[in-house]
Ligand binder design. Structure first.
Ligand SMILES: [Zn+2]
Length: 248
């Protein structure tokens, strides 16, 4: 386990699959944006690998100097580590829907009860409640040091999903959570708040943005020309056909 550099200002600091950034098999990819003067984390994993995740962050910077961790959505593989981050002195930033679900560790709203019954998580796994420090509405521009990080609403995969669009001097980076994946795949599940009509609007709106690099919550990162994959997904949705599902 280590902080794995992706770009000059981005590290993979947690993952359920990357061999070098591995924290816990149930964790999403957790990213650190750090420009040498300040930074922001994207997603917190399940909490099962929180010690390793926080240690990886500390390889790059002092975690207590970070502006916070942006939780893209309330699913446990992305937000279960929120309480551990807060305990480590890292502010929590998320949408109102995520804030409402996490304050009680709501297993119905987050679909954790369904996912655990489906065998996605260990039988004894629980979502540790956490209080969000800053509720995001979308449209905010946060700062990772001198790098702007724009927060955009991105519902569809679940309610309250947000994505983060960061700009370095030479490229734009979309931290897409579970909204978009390499190859223009999306993530559709049979859960109450997966909403295909909203998903279509989200992806079509993202296709209007200038995006070079895609850093999703799972799977491969797309370092260059990520806009093409997003355009492909948007074109499918415009024909009212959901793009390929990353889940199978
Ligand atoms: Zn999810």
């Amino acid at each position: 386990m280590a902080a794995v550099p992706i770009l000059d200002t981005v590290w993979l600091v947690g993952s359920g699959t990357h061999p070098d950034a591995y924290t816990d098999p149930h964790d999403c990819h957790c990213y650190l944006i750090w420009d040498g003067t300040g930074g922001i984390l994207i997603d917190a994993g399940t909490g099962l690998g929180a010690d390793q995740w926080l240690a990886a962050v500390a390889e790059v910077c002092d975690p207590q100097t970070l502006a916070g961790v942006v939780l893209t959505h309330y699913h446990a593989d992305h937000a279960g580590g929120a309480a551990a981050a807060h305990a480590a002195g890292i502010p929590l930033l998320a949408s109102a829907a995520t804030a409402d679900a996490l304050i009680t560790g709501d297993e119905e709203r987050t679909s954790l009860a369904r996912a655990r019954a489906a065998g996605v998580y260990p039988p004894d796994y629980r979502l540790t409640p956490a209080t969000i420090d800053q509720v995001l509405t979308g449209g905010e521009t946060l700062a990772a040091g001198d790098l702007p990080v724009e927060i955009l609403p991105a519902p569809g995969h679940c309610d309250g999903h947000m994505v983060a669009l960061a700009r370095t001097p030479d490229r734009s980076l979309l931290f897409s959570g579970d909204c978009l994946f390499a190859g223009g795949q999306i993530s559709i599940q049979a859960i109450p708040d997966c909403r295909l009509d909203q998903y279509a609007d989200t992806v079509i709106a993202l296709a209007e943005r200038d995006i070079d690099t895609l850093l999703p919550g799972h799977g491969a990162v797309v370092l260059d020309d990520a806009g093409g994959a997003i355009q492909t997904a948007a074109a499918s949705f415009r024909r009212l056909v959901p793009p390929p599902n990353v889940l199978s």
